[in-house]
Design a protein around this ligand. Structure first.
Ligand code: NAD
Length: 498
C-alpha cells in the first residue's frame, strides 16, 4: 500500500492531514506525511473542562456497562488491525510484524479490561467492634492525562485508556510529536466504538496534538488528577515533581537499561536468539530493549563470536519488506546520538563491532547497523540509556558480582538471567537479586505480556500499567465502616461519654 492508501485506510482525510505547520515525517524514507494543525495551548482549559464534565456522567455508569464500550473498542481495533499496524510502521518505522503486534497488544488489553470491568473488587475487613462491618470501595478518580512516547505510539494509550475507561475515568491523550497520526487514527477508531455504544458522554477520550507545552498544561492542571507519562527519564524528572507539588498522582514509565546475565549453564542457542530479538528488535528503540549482556567469563569468547556472526548478517532496511528485522531509527538525531555513544564507548575502552550508518538501498531514512560493543567494565556510557541498537558486553566471575553489576545503573525496568541452575535462577528473583520491575528467567527482557503489571524502579519512575492490579492506580480507595448495632463503641477501646 502507498503512504496515501494507508492514511486513507485509517480514515485520515486531507482536512485532517493539512492546514497546519507541524511536519510529520516517515522514518522509512523521510517523506512528509502531513502538516498538522497543533492544538493551541489556550484551548487546553476548555478541553480539560470537557473531560471533567464527561467524568461527572461516566463515573455513575456501572463498571460492566463501561466495559461494554471497551469491548466495542476491541472489536473496532480487530477490524482496523491491518490498517493501524501499517500506519505504525509508516510513522514509527517498526517492521510489519511489530506494527501489527502493537495493535494486537491493544486488543489484548481491551479484552483484559472488559473482564476487569466485572472484577473491580474491594476487601471486606474484620472489624474490631461488634455490630460493625468494614470494607473498601474503589471509586473513579477523574480525567487521566496520558503523555506518550514515539516508540509505542498506540499501545501505551490503550494500556492506559482501556483500564481508565472501565475504572470510570475519561482520558486526555498527548501523543509524541513524532507520532501524532497514529493517535488521530486511534481517536477515529474510538469514535466508531462510541457511536455503537450510544449514550456515552461527550469528551470521554480526547487527543491533543503538539509538543511539551501541551503536556505541561495537563501536568499543571488540578482537574487532571492522574498523569500517566511515558518517555525519557529527563521528561519524568520534570513531570514527576510538578504533579507531586499539586498532590496529583503520577504513573511514570521512563527509561530502562536492561540486562541479561548469561550463566555458564545457559542454553546458548536460546540465549543468542533472545539477545538478538531483544537487542535489535524495534531497532533497539524499546524501553525494555536489551542494552547490557553480563556473561560469565568462561563463555564470553564463545558468546561474543556467535553474536558477532548474527550481527554481521542482520537484515537492515525497509521495515515493510518481508525478511527485514531492523528498520530505521526514528530520525537523524537518533542516529547522531548513537554515533556519539559509540565514540564515547571507544574512548572508554570499548571494542565496537558494527554500528555503521547504512545508506545503501534505503534513501531518506535513518538506518544503522546494530552495534555489539565489548566493554572492559561498566563505564559512564554503559550506565546511560542510548535509545538505539547498542549492546554492551560485560563479564563476571561469580553470580553475586553479576547481580551487583546489573543493579548498578540508575534505571530499573527489565532484567533476565539465562541459566539452567535452579539456585542461580531463584537467587536472581530473590530479594537480594534483580532490583528491576521485571525479572525473567530464560526469556529476554523485552516483549512483556499485558497480563502482568508493567513498569520499573529507580529512574524508570516506579509506575505500573497494564495487567495484575495496575487498575488500582486509576481509582481511589475508600475505607467504609458501617455500624448496624444500637451502640457506638469507639475503636481502640477509647471512652468518650457525653
Ligand atoms: P520523550 O521524553 O522525548 O517524550 C515523551 C513524551 O513526553 C512526548 O509526548 C513529549 O512531548 C512529552 N514531554 C516532553 N517534555 C515534557 C514536559 N516537560 N512536560 C510534559 N510532557 C513532556 O521520549 P521519547 O523520545 O518519545 O521516547 C523514548 C523514551 O521513552 C526512552 O527513554 C524510553 O525508554 C522511554 N519509554 C519508556 C517506556 C516505559 O514503559 N517505561 C515505554 C516506552 C518508552
Amino acid at each position: 500500500m502507498s503512504h496515501a492508501e494507508i492514511l486513507a485506510a485509517c480514515g485520515l482525510t486531507a482536512a485532517d492531514l493539512s492546514g497546519g505547520t507541524m511536519n510529520v515525517r516517515s522514518p522509512i524514507d523521510g517523506t512528509t506525511l502531513a502538516q498538522l494543525k497543533e492544538t493551541p495551548v489556550s484551548d487546553m482549559a476548555a478541553i480539560i473542562a470537557r473531560s471533567q464534565a464527561a467524568f461527572k456522567a461516566w463515573r455513575n455508569v456501572p463498571a460492566p456497562r463501561r466495559g461494554e464500550l471497551v469491548r466495542l473498542l476491541g472489536e473496532e481495533l480487530r477490524a482496523s488491525k491491518d490498517a493501524l499496524g501499517a500506519l505504525v510502521t509508516l510513522e514509527a518505522g517498526k517492521i510489519t510484524s511489530e506494527g501489527l503486534g502493537e495493535v494486537q497488544e491493544m486488543i489484548d488489553i481491551c479484552d483484559f479490561a472488559v473482564g476487569l470491568s466485572r472484577q473491580i473488587y474491594g476487601l471486606t475487613i474484620a472489624s474490631e467492634r461488634p455490630g460493625h462491618r468494614m470494607m473498601e470501595t474503589w471509586h473513579p478518580m477523574g480525567p487521566v492525562g496520558i503523555i506518550s512516547a514515539f516508540n509505542f505510539p498506540v499501545a501505551v494509550w490503550s494500556w492506559n485508556a482501556a483500564l481508565a475507561l472501565v475504572c470510570g475515568d475519561p482520558v486526555l491523550w498527548k501523543p509524541s510529536e513524532k507520532t501524532p497520526l497514529t493517535a488521530l487514527a486511534c481517536q477515529k477508531i474510538f469514535d466508531r466504538a462510541l457511536a455503537r455504544f450510544g449514550d456515552a458522554p461527550e469528551g470521554l477520550s480526547q487527543v491533543v496534538i503538539g509538543g511539551a507545552a501541551l503536556g505541561e498544561a495537563l501536568v499543571a492542571s488540578r482537574d487532571v488528577p492522574i498523569i500517566s507519562a511515558t518517555g525519557s527519564t529527563r521528561m519524568g524528572s520534570i513531570v514527576g515533581p510538578k504533579v507531586a507539588a499539586r498532590f496529583g498522582r503520577s504513573i511514570l514509565e521512563l527509561g530502562g537499561n536492561n540486562a541479561m546475565i548469561v550463566a555458564p549453564s545457559a542454553d546458548l542457542d536460546m540465549a543468542v536468539r533472545a539477545i538478538a530479538f531483544s537487542a535489535v528488535g524495534t531497532a533497539g528503540q524499546r524501553c525494555t530493549s536489551l542494552r547490557r549482556v553480563i556473561v560469565h567469563e568462561s563463555i564470553r569468547a564463545e558468546l561474543v563470536a556467535r553474536l558477532a556472526k548474527v550481527y554481521a548478517s542482520l537484515p537492515v532496511g525497509d521495515p515493510r519488506v518481508a525478511g527485514t528485522l531492523v528498520g530505521p531509527l526514528v530520525d537523524n538525531a537518533a542516529v547522531e546520538k548513537m554515533q556519539s555513544a559509540l565514540a564515547q564507548a571507544k574512548a572508554q575502552g570499548g571494542r565496537v563491532h558494527g554500528g555503521e550508518v547504512v545508506t545503501q538501498g534505503v534513501p531518506g531514512g535513518a538506518y544503522v547497523r546494530p552495534a555489539l560493543v565489548e566493554m572492559p567494565g561498566q563505564t559512564a556510557v554503559v550506565r546511560d540509556e542510548t535509545f538505539a541498537p547498542i549492546l554492551y558486553v560485560l563479564s563476571y566471575t561469580d553470580l553475586a558480582q553479576a547481580i551487583e553489576i546489573q543493579n548498578d545503573v540508575p534505571q530499573g525496568l527489565s532484567s533476565c538471567i539465562f541459566t539452567l541452575n535452579l539456585r542461580e535462577a531463584e537467587a536472581f528473583l530473590s530479594a537480594a537479586g534483580s532490583d528491576c520491575g521485571i525479572a525473567n528467567v530464560n526469556i529476554g527482557p523485552s516483549g512483556a505480556e499485558i497480563g502482568g503489571a508493567f513498569g520499573g524502579e529507580k529512574e524508570t519512575g516506579g509506575g505500573r500499567e497494564s495487567g495484575s492490579d495496575a487498575w488500582k492506580g486509576y481509582m481511589r480507595r475508600q475505607t467504609n465502616t458501617v455500624n448496624y448495632s444500637t451502640a457506638l463503641p469507639l475503636a481502640q477501646g477509647v471512652k468518650f461519654d457525653v
